[in-house]
Write a protein that binds this ligand. Structure first.
Ligand SMILES: Nc1nc2c(ncn2[C@@H]2O[C@H](COP(=O)(O)OP(=O)(O)OP(=O)(O)O)[C@@H](O)[C@H]2O)c(=O)[nH]1
Length: 350
């Protein structure tokens, strides 16, 4: 590999598993080591909520409204090259959407390294212990297969959210990971609190090709559409395009015209159908001051008070499989005190 090539790490893991939590830790770690990290962030929705907390000192490239692995493959190479030229980073971390197939991203990065001084160092997959346990017991579904893919391609695995399972269950999930990936070190964690030096050491220590069974051959599939001209409150749904591994995933973006009641909103989150497995957004409530970044992942929600930089509207993105965006929209409009209007929905491939 090229001398002085900039190391690149890919963060993989299903929606809500804890990738962004790990990203913040890594950025602090590298900054303390005197390095200059840069980030490529990819979101399925139109708004980069996670990027809001990264801080201005970290150069960032954003790929929004699509999944890096199928619709934005050209963009990823271009973004990496531009980031290299513009910022001269010491290390780059790519946080893919939780719906991405990491093999495609590996291929993209390795292709970029043919003409730019970057070197893929490792693929870290974060696993939500409770979510995987449930899916493994059911043994079916596209989400399950995608998680399997993300685990297989990892050079190191973080078994996260172990606070949500018993010690016996953690053992059971550990066994599943070992079965699917015999090579990668498995590091159990809560909120991705791990020894980062060891993590990066382990990520580097084995070849990705060894764990993933080699680079993918087929790069041709996957079409994307641009995000221009989308109306307010938009539905993005996969319709037989893109990778088979996640063409079931859909996202609904809701823009709020009015502040809403926090208690009613929490009740709304509690009643979300199980097909909605991830949601996040920025909200203003009418019963408490300030603005909040909310997170919802596999039946747990979280609210953080924030002061967004620049103009940020109140918005929420819901991601899941084949849920009724019309139903969600109806409920959210009711929370806002707006009547139910006919959805101005546009479908788009992820
Ligand atoms: N209970 C529990 N919650 C966690 C843990 N780690 C992260 N979370 C929470 O889970 C939610 C999702 O975490 P993120 O780090 O944003 O997950 P992500 O993988 O980046 O999510 P996407 O960007 O949607 O793919 C947040 O509310 C976190 O605070 C953990 O170990 N235990």
């Amino acid at each position: 590999m090229t001398e002085n090539a900039v190391p690149v790490y890919i963060l993989s893991g299903f929606l809500g598993s804890g990738k962004t939590t790990l990203l913040y830790r890594l950025l602090d770690y590298w900054k303390n080591e005197g390095m200059r990290p840069a980030v490529v962030m990819n979101e399925l929705g139109d708004v980069n909520f996670d990027g809001m907390l990264v801080g201005e000192s970290v150069p960032m490239a954003e790929l929004l409204s699509g999944c890096i692995c199928c619709s934005a493959s050209v963009d990823l190479s271009t973004e990496l090259t531009t980031l290299m030229k513009r910022e001269s980073p010491g290390v780059i971390v790519i946080e893919a959407t939780g719906a991405a197939n990491p093999l495609d991203i590996i291929d993209n990065v390795t292709e970029t390294s043919l003409y730019s001084k970057v070197e893929l160092k490792g693929l870290i997959t974060v696993v939500d212990a409770a979510h995987l346990l449930e899916l493994h017991r059911e043994q079916k579904g596209a989400t399950y297969r995608l998680m399997q893919e993300q685990i297989r391609s990892a050079s190191v695995l973080i078994l996260n959210k172990t606070d949500r399972v018993t010690a016996e269950e953690a053992e059971e999930v550990n066994g599943v990971l070992r079965k699917w990936n015999a090579y990668a070190k498995i590091i159990p964690a809560v909120r991705c609190e791990v020894n980062l030096h060891n993590l990066l050491d382990n990520a580097d220590s084995i070849s990705l090709a060894e764990t993933s069974g080699g680079a993918p051959k087929d790069l041709s599939s996957g079409t994307g559409t641009d995000g221009e001209g989308l109306p307010e409150n938009e539905e993005i749904a996969a319709e037989g395009t893109g990778r088979a591994s996640h063409d079931h995933v859909m996202a609904y973006t809701h823009f709020f015209a009015n502040p809403i009641n926090s208690v009613e909103f929490e009740a709304f989150l509690k009643e979300l159908p199980s097909d909605v497995y991830r949601a996040k957004g920025v909200l203003t409530f009418n019963d408490t001051s300030g603005r909040f970044l909310f997170q919802y992942a596999y039946r747990e929600s979280d609210f953080i008070k924030i002061t967004p930089q620049g103009e940020v509207r109140d918005v929420a993105v819901f991601i899941g499989e084949h849920f009724s965006s019309g139903e969600l929209r109806k409920k959210l409009l009711r929370l806002e005190g707006r009547g139910y209007e006919r959805p101005a929905a546009v479908k788009r491939s992820l």
